[in-house]
Design a protein around this ligand. Structure first.
Ligand SMILES: NC(=O)c1ccc[n+]([C@@H]2O[C@H](COP(=O)([O-])OP(=O)(O)OC[C@H]3O[C@@H](n4cnc5c(N)ncnc54)[C@H](OP(=O)(O)O)[C@@H]3O)[C@@H](O)[C@H]2O)c1
Length: 173
């Protein structure tokens, strides 16, 4: 029986050393196309060449938290709010620990993506209608607006340890 990894593409963050590298090597041995991500470009390129991996990347880091970190709801989202706030604190800590790698966080407000229907089910439309009535711009954010903010964080070389809020002012109301 073939491996479940045969002909799959596997991307391993932290795959240039230690446990990540061992996992990358074993995934390759099982037939996967492996791409490793590290922080050091030269090291990642060398490790990929030595191991015959399909590719490598050295990346700055951008997390996505959410407006719940600043403005919790009363709708069973306390754990999500805590996780979002923790992510923002983690980014600030990692910006120091991983320097000179930059680590930032995008905090989107409610954004019109498939996530809403998946998590809210039949309540999605009523939730959106009630929310848009409250929001200063009377609409949800779009995936394109959030995506542009991620690209801005990635491309702005002196932006570091930052949480960028793209929420249409949701935190103000
Ligand atoms: N939409 C919002 O209103 C909103 C607001 C604040 C924060 N956020 C945060 O923004 C992020 C993106 O949200 P979104 O609205 O773009 O969601 P989405 O449309 O549901 O897309 C989620 C993406 O993550 C992938 N994914 C989900 N679980 C995964 C897992 N365990 N391992 C690997 N990939 C996984 C999905 O893959 P598949 O398609 O294959 O499942 C999909 O590509 C999430 O962290 C969300 O909490 C969203």
């Amino acid at each position: 029986m073939g491996s479940i990894l045969q002909d799959r593409t596997v991307v391993i963050f932290g795959g240039t050393s230690g446990i990540g590298l061992a996992a990358a090597q074993q995934a390759k041995a099982e037939g996967a196309e492996v791409i490793v991500v590290g922080f050091n470009a030269e090291g990642a390129e060398r490790v990929a060449a030595e191991n015959g991996f399909a590719g490598w990347r050295a990346a700055d880091v951008t997390f996505i938290s959410g407006a719940l970190a600043d403005r919790p709801s009363a709708q069973g989202t306390a754990v999500l709010a805590a996780a979002s706030a923790a992510m923002e604190a983690l980014a600030r800590g990692l910006a120091l620990e991983l320097a000179p790698v930059r680590v930032n966080t995008l905090s989107p407000g409610t954004t019109d993506t498939p996530l809403l229907a998946r998590t809210l089910g039949a309540h999605r439309d009523a939730y959106v209608a009630a929310l848009t009535e409250k929001l200063p711009q009377r609409r949800l954010g779009t995936a394109e607006e959030a995506g542009a903010a991620v690209v801005f964080l990635m491309g702005s070389g002196f932006m570091n340890g930052e949480t960028l809020h793209v929420d249409g002012g949701a935190r103000l109301v």
